[in-house]
Write a new protein. Sequence first.
Length: 171
Amino acid sequence: MSRANERDEMSTRPNDTSTELTWSRVVELAQNGNVPPPRRVEKSDAEWRKQLTDEQYEVTRRKGTERPWSSELCGLFEPGRYHCICCDTPLFDSTTKFDSRTGWPSFTAPLSPDVVAYAVDLSYGMHRIEVTCNVCDAHLGHVFPDGPPPTGLRYCINAVSLRKAKPEEPG
């Protein structure tokens, strides 16, 4: 879908109030507010800097983007969960991961509606929907309406914003 078509879709279907995860539902949440998070984690900038690597800090706290194909997570399709690197909230499951050939890990849906938040992102002359961790506000990446079934969504996520949980870990 072209960026112009994405923009048209964003402006023509914002009134869908269903709870099913669809592009129009994501746009509605980005424009009108997100669902409440399951909990909140808030730290000072100094605490985030101490906890994270320079690259993790740049991406998650300053809304940066890692280079495409720079992480082994792109080609990792083992069973398991992906947690937020900042607050360790489980965000995505490997059952929704797919090879988008974009250079970033991609998923069709988050684990639950309350773990991610959405915001309209007009940076760099583009019209996108930003995805953040709903618990700690870490920038994760963006969501696009060009993914595979069942949702048709592509959560394009910076690998440095994720941690692959070990199989024996809860969550």
